[in-house]
Write a new protein. Structure first.
Lengths: 239, 119
């Protein structure tokens, strides 16, 4: 495969996304995961392997829960799969933004591993400043940087005890929903997405009361379909 | 398939378990997503639906972090967390849509509130 001359500069620019506030928040979240794994009896190698292969924190937490409850491998795989369905529409949504006719298919399949909430939100937000033919490479750089830095942080945090003051821990944890909320709003491509966001927020307590174990899935599917249907009706009326 | 994480004593078993129960059901969705995206037209309704589904699912993750937190945030009052999110969003929307400004405003209210209550 011959690489165009613009490849490495954009890969490097993707890597540099490591030095941003959301990236630091993600690293903090992964150090929390390392502590959870150590307290749950996983070895260092298992902890790092699990983080790197799954690469989605909620799914990691679900798998830890399944292992601790002595679930069979099939039950564990089903729980992880159900809790990770969002990765499918997230991947479908981001691919057209970085795919051109000449973009390598292998590159797209490999970089899809980096699709996870923080990288996805960040990439959609930054893509407007990246030429379309360089976005896949930019995203590969961003994902590689995130993966290497967070796996190192996980290994380091596993070895060190975490005893932050509670007020500081609370403040650090709270950055995640604040940051996700604003950048999700900013990354929206159309009004339907803003509506989907509002519905997702508003329906969560409803579905949590009905079914606490599948609340995210039920909320997301209901909110997503309602928002799309509302947009479809509005577009038809205009046409 | 009643095999559990501790079923086998072999060194490789936990890693195989993680691959089957963790890697397969996450990267499976991602790889399927790349395949489907390659077969959907860019102006397709399915693509709009993918975006609304993905957005609503991420919004539900956010709502759960705020409404049902774990760890250090679990002891904080719900009204304080909600007020901090609303204030942060208002600041984000009204001061040029800069994410860091919203984060600082929301954090200031949360930390101030916890500190005032003796947290």
């Amino acid at each position: 495969m011959s690489l165009p001359s613009q490849t490495w500069p954009w890969f490097r620019r993707g890597l540099m996304q490591l030095f941003t506030v959301p990236s630091l928040i993600l690293i903090f979240a992964f150090t929390g995961y390392a502590g959870l794994c150590r307290d749950s009896g996983f070895t260092l190698a298992e902890t790092v392997f699990m983080a790197g292969t799954i690469w989605a924190l909620p799914a990691n937490v679900v798998l830890i829960g399944a292992v601790l409850s002595k679930a069979s491998i099939l039950t564990a795989a089903l729980s992880v799969g159900l809790s990770s369905i969002r990765l499918l529409p997230m991947t479908v949504a981001i691919m057209p933004e970085m795919r051109m006719d000449k973009t390598s298919k292998v590159l797209l399949y490999v970089t899809s591993h980096f699709v996870a909430v923080t990288a996805w939100i960040m990439a959609l937000e930054r893509f407007r400043n990246v030429p379309k033919e360089s976005r896949a490479v930019f995203f590969a750089g961003l994902g590689t940087g995130f993966l290497v830095a967070n796996l190192s942080a996980v290994a380091l945090a596993y070895e060190l005890a975490d005893d932050l003051p509670p007020l500081l821990s609370a403040a650090l944890i709270f950055i995640t929903p604040l940051y996700f909320l604003f950048s999700l709003w900013g990354s929206a491509r159309e009004r339907e997405s803003h509506l989907a966001m509002g519905l997702g927020l508003a329906l969560t307590p409803v579905f949590h009361a009905l079914s606490p174990k599948t609340d995210i899935l039920l909320t997301g599917v209901t909110g997503g379909i309602l928002a799309w249907a509302a947009g479809w009706l509005a577009r038809r009326r205009r046409a | 398939m009643m095999m559990t994480f501790d079923s086998l004593d072999a060194w490789w078993w936990p890693f195989l378990f993680i691959l089957i129960a963790g890697w397969l059901p996450t990267d499976g969705w991602r790889l399927l997503g790349v395949y489907l995206a390659g077969h959907i037209r860019e102006d397709s309704e399915l693509l709009v639906l993918s975006r609304t589904l993905a957005t609503a699912l991420v919004a539900a993750v956010i709502a759960k972090l705020v409404l049902y937190p774990e760890g250090a945030l679990a002891g904080s009052p719900l009204w304080l967390r909600l007020s901090a999110m609303v204030l942060g969003f208002a600041v984000y929307m009204t001061t040029g849509r800069k994410v860091y400004r919203g984060v600082i405003a929301g954090e200031a209210l949360l930390v101030g509130g916890l500190w005032w209550m003796g947290g």
